[in-house]
Design a protein around this ligand. Sequence first.
Ligand code: ADP
Ligand code: NI
Length: 217
Amino acid sequence: MDKEKIVVQTSTYIKSRLSGEGSGHDWWHVYRVWKNAVHIAGYEQADLFVVELAALLHDIADWKFNDGNDDIGPQLAKEWLDKLGVDESTVTHVCRIIKDISFKGAGVATGMNSIEGKIVQDADRLDAMGAIGIGRAFAYGGSKGREMYNPDMKPEQHDSFEQYKNSRGSSINHFYEKLLLLKELMNTDTARKIAEKRHTFMEEYLQEFFQEWEGKD
Ligand code: ADP
Ligand code: NI
């Protein structure tokens, strides 16, 4: 099994599959998660092959765009990896990570059992924070026809995946429902440090946003 070649083939496949996706789940999101994950893995004892494959395949099919079905991603990933002749234990591990990774609401725990899963989850969550996270939130909201902000709609704490999935709030609410909670959810120390910085940046951004909203300079 030529691991390097499999990683390259997988990145080429995902790039062609996700190119042009306009909702914040494009190839470049996957690219950033992949790079974040490799960076974090450099500080941990982890199977880099599993980390890279899981990062590359983690958004192969997202529940948000498949009527809430979170089994399609792992299924597609398995088909792809089997075709490349990847060993069974790697395939099983990668698919498990893909199934577990997505954020399902503020009050819904998503456990990651392996260090490889923790790394990819951190990498994915980091990409929802900071300058890029802000851009993605508005891109996603826009793709769903959501308002940028509406002072009459208060943020909600979603205690179930169903509630989170069906939420119709503004993109600014999403900061309070997810983005500002991510800092506390980091699994690794490396990601936690990066998250601190991105968190501060988002807080400053929001301050500025509300100030401008009320016509202040
Ligand atoms: P990820 O793939 O990074 O785990 P998600 O799949 O949950 O993130 O969502 C993709 C991107 O869209 C993220 O940056 C996320 O913060 C953003 N997003 C998800 N739901 C909303 C929403 N209701 N309003 C605004 N942005 C959202
Ligand atoms: Ni993602």
